[in-house]
Design a binder for this molecule. Structure first.
Ligand SMILES: *Cc1c(COP(=O)(O)O)cnc(C)c1O
Length: 494
């Protein structure tokens, strides 16, 4: 299997080259040249397997040059009992006939980023070995929350990797800050940047383009790389859980083999829902892929009108991981639908120049065959958290609530009552304040006490990685001005 660029199909890389490189040199996203199909016998066979075995089966279809033994070792490490609090890894919780929820937050940071970021370090280090890169990879991350902690946990103590995370001093929640400042591992470094997320991100981008830094690091045996969601090594592990969920439902009699299943995904950078699309193209019997956004509804508009326009107000919402105006992975969908690197290049040039592009009616119709979309504001997000809790006794986080609401809107508007799987991307305990507010609490406790308050109100126990924060000591309390980040990198790598 060759990997090509969404902006140039003549690029032809091996899977290891694609993962090691991350992004194509022309700025496009590296993408498999074709999607392998699941054979007729695959689903019944996969039904009998563990999550880890399913991951090996699915990933090996895309990764020539990686042996099954090798991938099995990665899957054991990524999804083992020391990392995930359930042997099912990504369990399906059924609320009522035809309404199911895929829980992607049983990993070490209690959010769905773990599904890919636990696997990526293994794929990346193996890819470097296969491409005969003998330097140690140094991952730099600017984070507003979930990604940084997910990457730290994924890369923690993985051989021949270092990871340095920069977060905005005034831009993360108390729990998120503690999660990062208490991070364990010999190869990790965490530092806050004076300013907001933009300052941290601009600073890290500058590090990547600093040739002097690159040279100094090379002399010390390091080279820089990123862990962001456009790397194929982050998309691929996400295809696995859609196939796994379908198999669990088939095995447990919730779906007949071949029966259609709609999925509704809370979406930011379009990585999660793109993986659902790939699973469908591989032959998984998925129906509509419903894209759920918060008030940053640039994708809702694109999927319903064919116009992508980032020139709009940015909203800080209670589902912050979806507060995004440029959904990078949408480029892979545009390529899959148009099959034209030239067209994709055109759209992306317009996006860079004017912040806007429009697809033809034909392309819009082709996308509409697979996708539906909707959005949900903060007031409705809180209303839905309360409603789902009252009706089913099931507690959801704000990101998941956006998806529940958009599914309800879709069903009301279309009458399509195909069984549906709502994708749940974070534990409600990661967003205690807003969840407690939704449940009618007027006074919200300070700091980590919110975990106990949510337990008192619901009788649910906080996930161990969050509850355990109380007993951890702070290892990283340094901060830096964004102009001084180069020195900080060199110091942290000493
Ligand atoms: C990252 C994230 C999302 C958005 O996922 P994309 O793949 O970027 O669309 C949704 N919910 C949570 C909790 C996340 O961390």
């Amino acid at each position: 299997m060759r990997y090509i660029s969404t902006r140039n199909v003549k690029v032809g890389l091996t899977p290891a080259q694609a993962i090691a490189q991350g992004l194509s040199r022309d700025g496009g996203l590296l993408t498999p040249a074709f999607l392998p199909k699941l054979s007729k016998y695959a689903l019944p066979k996969l039904c009998e397997m563990s999550y880890q075995q399913r991951a090996v089966y699915v990933m090996s279809l895309f990764l020539d040059g990686f042996s099954s033994v090798e991938l099995a070792k990665f899957a054991e490490r990524a999804y083992g009992p020391d990392k995930f609090d359930t042997p099912q890894v990504a369990p399906v919780h059924t609320l009522e006939d035809g309404l199911h929820c895929l829980e992607l937050w049983h990993g070490p940071t209690c959010a769905f980023k773990d599904m890919a970021l636990q696997m990526l370090p293994h794929l990346l280090t193996a890819s470097l070995a296969k491409t005969e890169e003998d330097k140690t990879v140094c991952i730099l991350v600017a984070t507003s929350g979930d990604t940084g902690k997910g990457a730290l946990e994924g890369f923690k103590d993985v051989e021949r990797t270092r990871i340095l995370v920069f977060y905005p001093k005034d831009g993360v929640s108390a729990i998120q800050q503690l999660q990062m400042s208490t991070q364990e591992g010999e190869n990790v470094g965490v530092c806050s940047v004076v300013g907001n997320f933009d300052d941290a991100q601009t600073g890290v981008k500058r590090l990547f383009s600093d040739e002097g830094l690159r040279e100094q690091l090379a002399q010390r045996g390091y080279f820089l790389s990123s862990a962001n969601s456009i790397n194929w090594g982050r998309v691929l592990p996400q295809i696995v859980y859609y196939i796994s969920a379908y198999c669990d439902m088939m095995r447990d009699g919730k779906l007949e083999e071949g029966e259609k299943l709609n999925v509704c995904v809370p979406t930011g950078n379009f990585g999660n829902i793109l993986a659902a699309y790939y699973a469908k193209e591989m032959g998984l019997p998925l129906g509509k892929l419903i894209c759920a956004s918060n008030s940053n509804n640039v994708l809702t508009e694109f999927l319903t009108t064919g116009v992508y326009d980032r020139n709009r107000a940015f909203h800080n919402t209670m589902s912050p991981s979806m507060d995004i105006l440029i959904s990078s992975n949408l480029e892979r969908l545009l390529f899959a639908i148009t099959k034209s690197d030239e067209q994709v290049r055109g759209y992306m040039e317009q996006l860079a120049a004017t912040g806007r592009y429009q697809v033809s009616d034909e392309v819009k119709a082709a996308i509409g065959e697979h996708f539906a979309a909707g959005c949900c504001d903060d007031a409705n997000t809180q209303r839905v958290i309360a409603q789902v809790y009252d009706k089913y006794g099931y507690l959801i986080d704000p990101h998941t609530a956006v998806a529940f609401d958009v599914l309800a809107q879709y069903r009301a508007a279309t009458g399509d009552d195909t069984p549906a799987l709502v994708v749940s991307t974070a534990s409600p305990f990661k967003f205690c304040d807003n969840v407690l507010g939704a449940l009618g609490q007027q006074q919200i406790a300070e700091g980590l006490d919110v975990l106990d308050q949510l337990t008192d109100v619901t009788g649910l126990a906080a996930p161990a990685p969050l509850a355990g924060l109380k007993n951890k000591s702070v290892r990283f309390d340094r901060f830096v001005e964004k102009e001084k980040m180069v020195d900080m990198v060199l110091e942290m790598l000493d």
